[in-house]
Design a protein around this ligand. Structure first.
Ligand SMILES: *Cc1c(COP(=O)(O)O)cnc(C)c1O
Length: 415
């Protein structure tokens, strides 16, 4: 955030403001270009933790909030501001606040919007650390919560209490790509006087803009598709000025979960190719999902772009007719132990694609959820969550589809 008052226009930008109504792909390369006096065409990286003050009086005014100007890295940096403004432009929100990771953005949101005695409703299919942060860590401070099945609107409705402040959803989810209806959840939240927060990691603003469907807060792990090349950790919240500047910024300044300027610069440049990457990776994922569904050793493929997906129609309507770049599939097996052995065989036979617990990279990454992200659950809990021992998650990158298929067949055809 710009210090002390958030102002979207730098001196340069106010001399040459961008025209209104630009499209998302244009905003991705042009929005929030805070050009210095040197006229650089690629965004500058301001790698500094402190800022020299023009005078003691000006410094006093800046600290008092009476004058705009950077003071210290924990409360603002020009490179970080550019990333925030560009992401806000792409998500269609008034403001954004960048954080050190996706999880720290959730931490910031909960710290900023909740107090002891408040209640959160969230999906049981959310990211593992999100489940623990809300269900265990915040519970220690008296924040109540209820987990509900991702796609069961009646369960979300029944979970609402007078003290419910936040409904929190992630769509599509990891690793089963379950989709929920953002508009329906937004209506539910607003009727209850609560906010709807959406983790938009998997879809990104290229596929879906949750605020256009009524959501109040959009959360990102910039580590994933925003960076897009697996280089840095980053996170962000996108929302109204009232929420970002009014509620989250004061907590951020004292909490200090700031994004480093270098990481902000990497993610800022990552946004420039987000549109073409998401389209290309989503198209490849669709081809791979369709192909995997035909393989005799694959019992099921989870991918929103497939007609066999339980929320296919909703997903296509909500996600710009794309399925995203993550799919998962079950290797056929008579029992869990065999399923695990077979899944491991497929993963260990890879020579091109990576066995790697990340996603959103240009390199295709595969994981075995039952022994990694969902490894701490009991077998019963895993069964309930639909995460079998034969399940493999594939975060599809930019390799040639034919090469991906050959790499998977090395294992699938030798089971
Ligand atoms: C990775 C991820 C997070 C957490 O982000 P980090 O940058 O790893 O802290 C949250 N939600 C989803 C859906 C993710 O994939």
């Amino acid at each position: 955030m710009r210090e002390p008052e958030h102002d979207l226009e730098s001196d340069f930008m106010s001399q040459h403001p961008l025209p209104e109504n630009l499209h998302l792909d244009t905003l991705a390369v042009r929005a929030a270009m805070d050009r210095s006096q040197y006229g650089e065409n690629s965004e500058a990286l301001y790698l500094t933790s402190g800022y020299v003050q023009p005078s003691a009086e000006a410094s006093a005014r800046r600290f008092a909030g009476e004058e705009e100007g950077y003071t210290y890295g924990r409360s603002g940096n020009p490179t970080v501001s550019s990333f925030e403004m560009r992401l806000a432009a792409m998500e269609g929100t008034e403001a954004a606040l960048a954080t050190s990771s996706g999880m720290s953005s959730i931490l910031l949101m909960l710290f900023s919007l909740l107090k002891s005695g408040d209640h959160v409703v969230y999906s049981q299919s959310m990211f593992g650390s999100t489940l623990k942060l809300i269900g265990s860590e915040f519970a220690r401070f008296g924040v109540e919560s209820t987990v509900v099945p991702q796609t069961d609107l009646a369960a979300w409705t029944a979970a609402i209490r007078p003290n419910t402040k936040i409904l929190f959803a992630e769509t599509p989810t990891n690793p089963l790509t379950e989709v929920c209806d953002i508009q329906a959840l937004a209506d539910l939240a607003h009727n209850a006087g609560a906010w709807l927060a959406v983790d938009n990691c998997f879809a990104t603003p290229i596929l879906q803009r949750p605020v256009d469907m009524g959501a109040d807060i959009v959360m990102h792990s910039g580590t994933k598709y925003l960076d897009g090349q697996g280089r840095v950790m980053a996170g962000a919240l996108c929302a109204s000025e009232a929420l970002i500047t009014g509620k989250c910024l004061p907590v951020m300044k004292n909490g200090g979960m700031v994004l480093s300027p270098f990481n902000a610069w990497v993610v800022l440049k990552g946004l420039e190719t987000l549109d073409i990457r998401m389209r290309a990776q989503s198209a490849r994922a669709h081809e791979m999902a369709t192909w995997l569904e035909q393989h005799p050793m694959v019992s099921r493929v989870h991918y929103p772009g497939l007609v066999s997906h339980p929320q296919h129609a909703l997903a296509m309507k909500q996600m710009s007719h794309m399925g995203g770049a993550v799919l998962s599939f079950d290797v056929k097996a008579p029992d869990p132990q065999t399923a695990r052995t077979r899944a491991f065989h497929v993963l260990d036979s890879l020579r091109v694609l990576s066995l790697c617990t990340n996603l959103g990279d240009t390199k295709t990454l595969l994981t075995h959820p039952a022994s990694t992200s969902h490894g701490k659950l009991s077998e019963d809990q895993r069964q309930a969550a639909g995460i079998g021992q034969g399940l493999i998650r594939m975060a599809v990158g930019l390799e040639h589809v034919g090469d991906m298929q050959v790499d998977l067949l090395r294992g699938l055809d030798t089971l």
